[in-house]
Ligand binder design. Structure first.
Ligand code: NAP
Length: 325
C-alpha cells in the first residue's frame, strides 16, 4: 500500500508525477487559515511531510502519530523542533549545496545594490526626478578592493568569499566557530574575533544559521562597533539580528546602509520602519529563489523523502540520531 504524504509546497509536474507513483499525495496549496485546517486534517494519516516556511512544533507534530519523515525544502532548519522530531524517531532532511551559489549571488546583489544605491537611484529615475547630472549627493561607495567580512564561514559564506576575492579583489575576513585553513588558503582570508570583524569590515555579511546561540547575535553593542561607512548585509535569518537596534543604527546613520533578504517577521509588515529608510535595500527572502535552484531544491527534498519512506537513509539527514536502522 502506498504511504500517505502531505505536501505544503507545490511542486513541478514531473516531481508531482514521481511522488504520485510512490505515495498517496495530499497537497496543501497555501498556508492560509483554510490551508492550515486542511493540513491538520491530513496529519493523522501522514507518514511523510514535505514543504517549507511552516513552524513545525511539537503541538502540530502531535497531530501526526504515524509520521516517519519530514523533508524541508530549505537548508535552514530553524522552523523545526529538531529535539522533538529526534525523540519521536522522525527523520528530518534539508536541501544544502544546491542553493549555495544562488544564495551567494543574492548576497552579492545586495552588496552592489546598497553600495551603489541602485534601488534608490533607479526609483529616482523612474519617478521622473533625474533632472540634472548627478553629483556627490547621489554618489555611492566602491565595492572592489573593500574588506568583505563574513560571519558564518560555511557553504554560503565560502561562495560569497569566492565572489569577493576573485571577482572584486576584496580582502576577506571572517568569523565562525572555528578557523577554516582551507578557506584561508583559497581566498587569502583571515580569521577574526566577532568584535574585530565588526570593526574592520566594510561589508558585514551574515551567513550563519538561526540557532539558540545565534538568535539576537547582532544587537546594539555590535552595531556600535561598526563604522559610519559600514554596510550590513543579512542573507541568513531575520532573528539573528535585533531589528530595532538595526533600525536605530540606520536612522542615526551610525552605519551607512543595509541589504536585507530576511526579517524577524515575514512578510515584512507594512508598518516596518525599514520600509521608510532610503539606505535600506529589502528583498522578500529571495536567497534561493530562481527557477533552476528552487527545482533543484524540490528534487533534493523529494529524493530525501522517498528514500526515508523506503527505509533508506536520506542523503541530507539533519538528525542522524533519529536513524535507527
Ligand atoms: P553551513 O554550511 O552550515 O554554514 C553555517 C556556518 O555558520 C558554519 O560554518 C558555522 O561555523 C557558522 N556558525 C554557526 N553558528 C555560529 C556562531 N554562533 N558563530 C559563528 N559562526 C557560526 O550553512 P549554509 O548552507 O552556508 O547556510 C547558512 C544559513 O543561511 C542557513 O542556515 C539559512 O538560515 C540561511 N539561508 C538563507 C537563505 C535565504 O533565502 N536568504 C537561503 C539559504 C540559506 P562552523 O563551521 O565553524 O561551525
Amino acid at each position: 500500500m502506498k504511504k500517505s504524504v502531505v505536501l505544503y509546497k507545490k511542486l513541478s509536474a514531473p516531481l508531482m508525477a514521481r511522488l504520485h507513483e510512490q505515495a498517496e499525495v495530499t497537497l496543501i496549496e497555501s498556508l492560509d487559515e483554510s490551508g492550515l485546517a486542511k493540513l491538520r486534517e491530513a496529519l493523522p494519516a501522514a507518514r511523510g511531510l514535505l514543504g517549507a516556511s511552516l513552524r513545525l512544533d511539537a503541538k502540530l507534530l502531535d497531530l501526526a502519530p504515524n509520521l516517519e519523515a519530514v523533508a524541508s525544502v530549505s537548508v535552514g532548519v530553524d522552523n523545526y523542533d529538531i529535539d522533538y522530531l529526534t525523540q519521536r524517531g522522525i527523520l528530518l532532511s534539508n536541501t544544502p549545496d544546491v542553493l549555495t551559489e544562488t544564495t551567494a549571488d543574492t548576497g552579492f546583489a545586495l552588496i552592489l545594490a546598497t553600495a551603489r544605491r541602485v534601488v534608490e537611484l533607479a526609483n529616482m529615475v523612474r519617478a521622473g526626478n533625474w533632472n540634472q547630472n548627478i553629483g556627490p549627493l547621489h554618489f555611492g561607495s566602491d565595492v572592489h578592493g573593500k574588506t568583505l567580512g563574513i560571519i558564518g564561514m560555511g557553504r554560503i559564506g565560502e561562495a560569497l568569499a569566492q565572489r569577493g576575492h576573485f571577482g572584486f579583489g576584496m580582502p576577506v575576513i571572517y568569523h565562525s566557530h572555528s578557523p577554516k585553513p582551507a578557506v584561508e588558503q583559497r581566498f587569502n582570508a583571515e580569521y577574526r574575533s566577532l568584535p574585530d570583524l565588526l570593526q574592520q569590515a566594510d561589508f558585514v555579511c551574515l551567513t550563519l544559521p538561526l540557532t539558540a546561540e545565534t538568535e539576537g547575535l547582532i544587537g546594539a553593542e555590535e552595531f556600535a562597533l561598526m563604522g559610519p561607512e559600514t554596510i550590513f548585509i543579512n542573507i541568513s535569518r531575520g532573528k539573528v539580528v535585533d531589528e530595532p537596534a538595526l533600525i536605530e543604527a540606520l536612522q542615526q546613520r551610525t552605519i551607512r546602509a543595509a541589504g536585507l533578504d530576511v526579517f524577524v517577521r515575514e512578510p515584512l509588515g507594512h508598518d516596518s520602519s525599514l520600509l521608510r529608510l532610503n539606505n535600506v535595500v529589502a528583498t522578500p527572502h529571495i536567497g534561493s529563489a530562481t527557477h533552476e535552484t528552487r527545482e533543484a531544491m524540490a528534487t533534493c527534498a523529494v529524493d530525501n523523502l522517498l528514500a526515508a519512506l523506503a527505509g533508506e537513509k536520506p542523503k541530507n539527514l539533519v538528525n542522524p540520531t533519529a536513524w535507527k536502522h
